[in-house]
Design a protein around this ligand. Structure first.
Ligand code: SAH
Ligand code: SF4
Ligand code: F3S
Length: 441
């Protein structure tokens, strides 16, 4: 039997797409190889969001070349955002690549593998949803749901609109049917995916139009789905109906990932984020009004072109005021074809690094403080497997999306009460409450 190996880079959308790639390959009769050197088909699902992402991937690709030198019949395939952003250049730069395809063309991989063609092929149209392909889930009780592809925003720093195309939503009926199938198959937690989930549905025909909040309600109504998450919302599009969904729908978790990017209004304008500092703070207040205990996480970029020390202090100030439960922090990285890459006032690398360090300090301090509110509480934890630091313990997540390491007897996929004893900025720790477990049984 032919075997495959997939390496995934980038965001959750890519993780989703890789699960679909695997599902499609297995339906073609391929079997997953334990390691890259054992595979007949070596695949990469790539990301190009920052320069670092490109560099990491190129190193892996060189390894594939070495394998192919030893075994000439190995097929090397490159999919995802990096592939899309360099298109046919892939074959010029890396002549050992056999097939390259963008995020909208994963299904063409099947066509390539079943054709007799031995020449390199590239597929880069935006068509179809990877969500239509069969899936192979990493964990049987957690699933991704691709509600839309593409992005109609024009954030000046971002390569995604050019790698994923214009936004297209999947019809709600199709999504609900998919969630019902997943639930019947043992899924308890579903994460809705889109580049801007809040604009979901706006492109659907009028008589099929469903808002994001309505979609949440329809997924919430599916029997067996106990947790609903989504990523990412755009702050400009978060409205009261979504904030209320968190309060009113039992399965929608108490966590919102709300990308800030910058706390300075002039920089937000230059980024073309279409909200300013006050409007962002207003959205935070709206969420907290409806769900006071909601966990909030964010993304922040430091060193966008033209960012002054004063602009950066505005970012620190917003981060301090909001008190995020966690944040992904990035050095601004100029991306090919984006508006910001051509802007004057590129910030020197050392200045970016210094600002990032100061930002991380504030993020961690506030996250550590915020996490203390969980100490002494008994929280429901969805068990994911053994703890990464101590195999004798378990690891799982709370509804607030906090990782918990704990002692207990539960199996992966179970939701169990855990008594929280301690908290750091990143993780909680505790003990499964066996009394509560016995009472519930
Ligand atoms: N569509 C999502 C995710 C975008 S990519 C959203 O809008 O939230 C994830 C994060 O990467 C972004 O939120 C941003 O913080 C960061 N990012 C994107 N482009 C970047 C760049 N050129 N340099 C540094 N960080 C970037
Ligand atoms: Fe990129 Fe902005 Fe679209 Fe997110 S909303 S994918 S940051 S262009
Ligand atoms: Fe995701 Fe990277 Fe593409 S973050 S959308 S895989 S550029």
């Amino acid at each position: 039997m032919a075997t495959y190996h997939v390496t995934t880079f980038g965001c959750q959308m890519n993780e989703h797409d890789s699960e679909r790639m695997k599902g499609m390959l297995e339906s073609l009769g391929y079997e997953e190889a334990p390691a890259r050197p054992d595979a007949d088909l070596i695949l990469f699902n790539t990301c190009s969001i920052r320069e670092k992402a490109d560099e990491r991937f190129i190193a892996h690709l060189q390894e594939a070349r070495a394998i192919k030198r030893r075994r000439a019949d190995v097929v090397v395939g490159v999919g995802g955002c990096w592939a899309q952003s360099v298109k046919d250049e892939v074959f010029r730069q890396f002549p050992f690549v056999d097939v390259a395809f963008g995020p909208g063309q994963v299904h063409k991989l099947a066509e390539f593998l079943t054709s007799d063609s031995i020449t390199a092929q590239g597929f880069f149209e935006f068509e179809g949803f990877t969500g239509h392909l069969p899936e192979k889930r990493t964990r049987e009780f957690q699933a991704w749901l691709q509600i839309s592809v593409g992005c109609n925003c024009v954030c000046a720093y971002c390569i995604v609109p050019s790698t994923r195309g214009r936004e297209v939503s999947r019809p709600a009926g199709e999504l609900v049917a998919e969630v019902e199938r997943m639930a019947a198959d043992g899924v308890r937690e579903v994460t809705l995916l889109g580049q801007n989930v809040n604009s979901y549905g706006r492109d659907l025909p009028r008589d099929e139009r469903v808002t994001f909040a309505q979609l949440l309600a329809r997924v919430d109504a599916v029997e067996g789905i106990e947790r609903i998450r989504y990523t990412s919302p755009h702050p400009k599009d978060i409205r009261e109906d979504v904030a209320r969904a968190h309060a009113e729908l039992a399965a929608v978790c108490e966590h919102v990932h709300l990308p800030l990017q910058s706390g300075s209004s002039p920089i937000l304008r230059a980024m073309r984020r279409t909200y300013d500092r006050d409007r962002y703070l207003g959205k935070v207040a709206l969420i907290r009004e409806h769900v006071p205990d909601c966990a909030l996480t964010t993304d922040v970029i430091v060193g966008f072109p033209g960012e002054t020390e004063d602009d950066f202090r505005q970012t620190l100030d917003v981060v301090d005021q909001v008190g995020f439960d966690g944040a992904f922090t990035f050095l601004y990285s100029p991306r090919r074809g984006t508006e910001a890459a051509e802007l004057p006032g590129q910030v020197p690398h050392e200045v970016k690094v210094e600002r990032l360090q100061r930002l991380v300090d504030v993020v961690q301090e506030r996250a550590r403080e915020r996490a203390q509110r969980f100490v002494g509480r008994r929280l429901d934890v969805l068990v994911e497997g053994p703890s990464r630091t101590d195999a004798a313990r378990l690891r799982g997540r709370t509804r607030h999306n906090k990782v918990v390491n704990f002692t207990g007897l539960a199996a992966p996929g179970e939701i169990v009460p855990v008594q929280i004893a301690a908290a750091t900025s990143q993780t909680l720790s505790g003990e499964e409450s066996l009394v509560a477990r016995a009472a519930a049984a």
